[in-house]
Ligand binder design. Structure first.
Ligand SMILES: *Cc1c(COP(=O)(O)O)cnc(C)c1O
Length: 400
C-alpha cells in the first residue's frame, strides 16, 4: 500500500505529536483510513480499486438491503433527519418508542433502551450499575468500551483470565465489594470465541452479582432467528443485563440494553451518555425496525455464514498462519509480529482482497493478525478466491 508521508508540524512545548506519530510509524502501529467510494455488499470500491471485503461487521449483508434503504427513505420523509435533542428532552419519538418495544420482544426481555451507539452505551451502563465501593469483574479480552465504562465507574476492577469461569469464581468469593458486576463480551471481537455465559450466570447467582453481556457480534447471528447469544441460554434471569449493537449484523446503527423493567429504568435515569447526548435520528430507529424483521425472517443468511465458516476451517493454510478455534463469522489468522501482519494485508490487498491487519493494543503483543470476517454477502466463490490468494501470497517473497 502506498503510505503518504505524514504532514509533520514541529513539536510545541510539552507536546510532541510529530515525534510520537513517527514512533507509531516505526513500530508499524500507525492506523490509516482508506476512503471507500462505493459499497455493494462485500464488494467495495476503494481509492479507485475494486476489492472483495473481508473486513466488515455486516455479518448478514444487510447494510445496503433495499428494504432498509426504503425504510430509511420513507422515515426521512416522515421524520426529517435530526432528532433535535436528548431522548429525555424532545428527542424520543414514536419510532424510538416502537423500536424499544420490538427490541425487548425480540430478545425476550421485559424492557429495552435504545442508544445511538454501542461505545457510549457501555460507557454509560457500567457506571449506572456500579460505583465506588463496588467491583467490576472484566474478562481480559473485553472490548475497550466495557473497559472504559469500568474505569469511569470508580468501582474496583478485577480482570479475570480470558474465559476462565473458575478463576472468576475465586475472585468473586474473595471480594468484599458491596455490589459485584461481571462484564463480558459474548463473542470476542478479535478472536471470535464465545464467553461461557451459562457458567458466568451461575456465578452471578451464587455471588449475588449482575452479569452484563455485550453481544455486539452475536446479535442477529446467534440464537434462534438471530435473537442473540442470550437466547441460547433459554432462561430469563433478573441478573442478566443484555446489551447489543445494531451497526454490525443489523446493518444500521445504534445499540440497546435490555433487562428487567426496573434495571433498564435505572440505566435510563443514570447513564450520562444517554442523558447528555442527542438521540439517534428517528429514521435510524425506523430502519432498525425494518432490519429486525429481516433478521428474523432470513434464516438463509445464517446458514450461508455457517457454510462459509465450515469451508474456511476445512482449508489448508500456509505454514505460519494460525487459525484458532472460532465458529463465528470472526476468524482470526494469527501471524505474530506487526510487520508480518501488515505485509500479509498488503499482499492480499494487491490481489484484490481487504482483510484488515489488527495490531496491539487492540490485540495482545505478539499476536498481530488478519481479522477475517465473513458475511452472508459473500458467495462461497469469494471465499475460495481469498483462500487461493492466501496460498499464493504466502508462497511469494517477503510475506509470512
Ligand atoms: C463494535 C463494538 C462495540 C461498539 O459498538 P458501536 O455501536 O460500534 O459503537 C461495543 N462492544 C463490542 C464488543 C463491539 O465489538
Amino acid at each position: 500500500m502506498p503510505i503518504e508521508p505524514a504532514t509533520m508540524q514541529p513539536d510545541i512545548s510539552a507536546w510532541s505529536f510529530a515525534t510520537d506519530i513517527a514512533g507509531l510509524d516505526r513500530a508499524h502501529l500507525r492506523r490509516r483510513r482508506r476512503v471507500v467510494e462505493h459499497y455493494d455488499g462485500a464488494r467495495l470500491q476503494v481509492e479507485g480499486r475494486e476489492l472483495r471485503a473481508f473486513c466488515s461487521n455486516d455479518y448478514l449483508g444487510l447494510a445496503q438491503h433495499p428494504a432498509l434503504v426504503e425504510a430509511a427513505r420513507e422515515a426521512a420523509l416522515r421524520w426529517g433527519v435530526g432528532a433535535t435533542a436528548s431522548p429525555q428532552v424532545c428527542g424520543h419519538s414514536a419510532a424510538h418508542e416502537a423500536l424499544e418495544r420490538e427490541l425487548a420482544a425480540f430478545v425476550g426481555m421485559p424492557r429495552a433502551l435504545y442508544f445511538y451507539a454501542g461505545f457510549p452505551a457501555n460507557v454509560g451502563i457500567v457506571p449506572a450499575l456500579v460505583g465506588r465501593g463496588d467491583a467490576v469483574f472484566s474478562d481480559a479480552l473485553n472490548h475497550a468500551c466495557l473497559i472504559d465504562g469500568a474505569r469511569l465507574s470508580r468501582a474496583t476492577i478485577g480482570i479475570y483470565p480470558h474465559g476462565d469461569a473458575d478463576a472468576l469464581g475465586r475472585m468473586l468469593a474473595a471480594s468484599t465489594a458491596h455490589r459485584k458486576l461481571i462484564a463480558t463480551d459474548a463473542v470476542f471481537s478479535m478472536d471470535g470465541d464465545l464467553a461461557p455465559l451459562r457458567a458466568l450466570l451461575d456465578l452471578a447467582r451464587r455471588h449475588d452479582a449482575l452479569l452484563l453481556v455485550d453481544d455486539a457480534h452475536g446479535f442477529g447471528v446467534h440464537g434462534p432467528e438471530g435473537r442473540g447469544s442470550a437466547a441460547l441460554l433459554a432462561v430469563r434471569d433478573p441478573r442478566l443485563i443484555y446489551m447489543a449493537t445494531l451497526g454490525k449484523a443489523a446493518g444500521v446503527a445504534g445499540a440497546f440494553v435490555a433487562g428487567e423493567e426496573s434495571a433498564v429504568e435505572w440505566i435510563l435515569q443514570r447513564a450520562r451518555s444517554y442523558t447528555f447526548a442527542t438521540a439517534a435520528p428517528a429514521l435510524i430507529a425506523e430502519t432498525v425496525r425494518a432490519s429486525l424483521r429481516i433478521i428474523a425472517a432470513d434464516d438463509w443468511r445464517r446458514a450461508r455464514l455457517r457454510e462459509l465458516v465450515v469451508m474456511l476451517r476445512a482449508a489448508r493454510l500456509p505454514a505460519g498462519w494460525h487459525l484458532p478455534p472460532s465458529l463465528t463469522p470472526i476468524q482470526p489468522l494469527i501471524l505474530g509480529d506487526n510487520a508480518t501482519a501488515l505485509a500479509a494485508m498488503e499482499a492480499l490487498w494487491n490481489r484484490g482482497f481487504w482483510v484488515p491487519a489488527i495490531r496491539p493494543p487492540t490485540v495482545p503483543e505478539g499476536s498481530a493478525r488478519l481479522r477475517l470476517s465473513l458475511s452472508a454477502a459473500h458467495a462461497p466463490a469469494d471465499l475460495a478466491a481469498l483462500l487461493a490468494a492466501i496460498g499464493d501470497c504466502a508462497s511469494g517473497p517477503g510475506v509470512a
